[in-house]
Design a protein around this ligand. Structure first.
Ligand code: NAD
Length: 329
């Protein structure tokens, strides 16, 4: 059996670490070697990779995807790139966009240039449903125009289009995924679900933006990991694949479920002024990846959420030190 070597950027973050732990995890049956390249920003956490440290098919390099020399060396030494690294929090991009442009745009271009120099390389670029912008009804399909609203989404759209341009112009084997809101264990406690859960566990009040009417589609991170693997292994070069999770909820409805799960009531919620430019609703149509690659979300939201809440309840030592790194801490 041939072994594929994969450079995983951002593998110490939430989704990237799930991806790495899954591929090298207990079954350890994927024919892959993985090197994680991660800068370990506030969002990167080596503890997320504890389960694979010591695995002979795993290596970790601390570094910046904008470091052209390092990136060139690493891309040359691997068969494929799965690119998760990004500045990922919308609220932070509202406070300042510089790091977002650097990492999300310049960093992606640095990786693409290296992939081109050392082609052929399959390059899976992880993008987001936020590139389509807000949609009042229906769902965005892969051919819809991109209308990003936040600085975060604008930099993701720029990198997503850049990746596709390298396919169109140079024939690079680029595959793009645009996924919905992920949830699960190991998510940095600035994002809505872990932020709410950890705040309640600490006896605080959950801050709910505006009227709570913003709607998101929820995707369990394990379903997302399976989708990325399908795209990497059997996806087509130059294609975009939306990845939805199948559960659409307003933030108010989500808050109600979290209150129930934690045995709290609405007194534990603080309605706070809405985020600037807050998109009302995202929804992606994932029929393409379902029909072409056989993807379907398997995780039921209620049980996935209960399991996620239980993980935060049982892993205070993981998240308590991170609360100080959150902007709203
Ligand atoms: P995250 O913030 O948890 O992790 C990002 C990782 O990238 C961290 O480990 C960080 O240290 C690393 N990183 C940041 N800048 C870097 C740089 N310059 N060089 C090297 N490493 C760097 O993010 P996440 O939630 O795991 O998201 C992963 C990807 O998925 C991102 O591209 C994000 O845009 C996309 N995405 C996430 C969601 C979601 O719900 N979390 C939804 C849609 C798309």
């Amino acid at each position: 059996m041939t072994t594929t070597s994969i450079l995983v950027t951002g593998g110490a973050g939430f989704i990237g670490s799930h991806y790495v732990r899954t591929l090298l995890g207990p079954r350890n049956d994927a024919a892959v070697r993985i090197t994680v390249l991660d800068k370990l920003t506030y969002a990167g956490n080596l503890a997320n990779l504890d389960a694979v440290h010591g695995n002979e098919r795993f290596a970790f390099v601390r570094g910046d995807i904008c470091d052209a020399g390092l990136v060139d060396e690493l891309v040359a030494a691997h068969d494929q790139v799965v690119h998760f690294a990004a500045e990922s929090h919308v609220d932070r991009s509202v406070l300042g966009a510089h790091e977002f442009v650097q990492t999300n745009v310049v960093g992606t271009q640095t990786l693409l240039d290296a992939a081109l120099r050392h082609a052929p390389k399959t390059f899976v670029h992880i993008s987001t449903d936020e590139v389509y912008g807000s949609i009042d009804s229906g769902s965005s399909s892969e051919t819809d125009p991109l209308r990003p609203s936040s600085p975060y989404a604008a930099t993701k759209a720029a990198s997503d289009l850049l990746a596709l341009a390298y396919h169109h112009t140079h024939g690079l084997d680029v595959r793009v995924t645009r996924c919905a809101n992920n949830y699960g264990s190991h998510q940095f406690p600035e994002k809505v679900i872990p932020r709410f859960v950890t705040t309640l566990l600490e006896g605080g009040r959950m801050p709910l933006y505006g009227d709570g009417g913003n709607v998101r589609n929820w995707l369990h991170v394990a379903d997302h990991v399976r989708a990325v693997e399908l795209v990497r292994t059997v996806g087509r070069p130059g294609q975009v694949y939306n990845v939805g999770g199948g559960t659409e909820l307003s933030n108010r409805a989500l808050t109600g479920m979290l209150l129930d799960a934690l045995g709290a009531d609405w007194d534990a919620v603080a309605f706070v002024p809405d985020r600037k430019g807050h998109d009302r609703r995202y929804s992606v149509d994932h029929r393409k990846i379902s029909v072409e690659l056989g993807y379907r979300p398997r995780r039921d939201f209620a049980s996935g959420l209960a399991e996620t809440v239980a993980w935060y309840r049982n892993n205070r030592a993981w998240w308590e030190p991170l609360k100080d790194r959150s902007p709203a801490a």
